[in-house]
Design a protein around this ligand. Structure first.
Ligand SMILES: *Cc1c(COP(=O)(O)O)cnc(C)c1O
Length: 255
């Protein structure tokens, strides 16, 4: 399994590098967030040992469980710790799925970045819970660039205003935008979604109130990460492409 995973990882990284090459970008500008919702803790451990420092989950319960496990692994075997075996820091966990306000509190202890903030009320809840933990939380605003068919995300026209409203929240940093292309989207719809999101992103880069933190564009999944990179993505959230040919059961979570 390990070599299969390494092969997949190498292939995805090559594809990222090639996509960067096509548009004269450096691969260093693109963070690979490995979305682990399909796999168990053994695979997660191997990902971290292979140098994946950024992991993502779509649900709060899974993220908190898994983040606790990766931290525990690190503590249990100092010297061979997850975080130290190859001089790696412990993984950053990214919350990429829809987030409900009542789940914010358990999430915050473990999460490095929340990609899916789509309302003022949710942002305010994150800010107030973060204040209680004396933390500052990095967030992205999820943009509904594909239009009405998508359930989550802020309407494109409302994104800049929402970002400005969040500038005054002290325990939260607006670090950029996140978008998802329509799942069964035609190639041109995918292209359009990414292009539209990038447009609004570039406009917002000019807003001094959002500097210096506003700089990430989280776009691209297994199906479309190369297109997303060509459209300026700085974070790709890749799951299935990493786990092709690997047993997908989740031993730590039989449900
Ligand atoms: C599952 C998921 C991903 C990864 O999807 P793949 O198509 O398996 O790469 C990315 N982003 C979000 C929000 C997800 O829920």
């Amino acid at each position: 399994m390990k070599s299969k995973l390494s092969d997949n990882l190498r292939r995805v990284k090559d594809r990222i590098a090639n996509a960067c090459g096509r548009v004269d970008r450096s691969p260093d500008e693109v963070t690979l967030v490995a979305v682990t919702k399909y796999v168990g803790i053994d695979v997660i451990r191997q990902l971290v040992e292979s140098g994946c420092g950024d992991l993502g989950e779509a649900r709060v319960q899974e993220l908190t469980q898994r983040a606790a496990m990766t931290e525990e692994m690190g503590q249990r075997s100092p010297g061979h710790a997850l975080g130290s075996a190859k001089g790696q820091a412990p993984p950053n966990w990214h919350m990429v799925g829809h987030l409900q306000r009542n789940k914010v509190k358990p999430l915050l202890q473990w999460v490095s970045m929340v990609h899916s903030v789509d309302s003022l009320r949710l942002a305010e809840e994150i800010d107030s819970q973060a204040a209680k933990l004396d933390k500052t939380v990095d967030i992205l605003l999820q943009v509904n660039a594909a239009g009405e068919k998508q359930k989550f995300g802020v309407a494109v026209g409302a994104v800049p205003h929402l970002a400005e409203q969040l500038v005054s929240l002290e325990n939260l940093r607006v670090c950029g935008l996140m978008a998802m292309a329509p799942l069964a989207g035609e190639a041109d719809q995918v292209e359009w979604t990414f292009a539209r999101t990038r447009e609004i992103f570039e406009d917002m880069l000019k807003d001094r109130a959002l500097q210096p933190h506003f700089r990430h564009l989280s776009m691209g999944m297994s199906q479309d990460f190369e297109q997303a990179i060509e459209r300026g993505s700085t974070m790709v959230r890749v799951g299935s492409a990493l786990f092709e040919g690997i047993e997908l059961e989740k031993p730590d979570n039989p449900d």
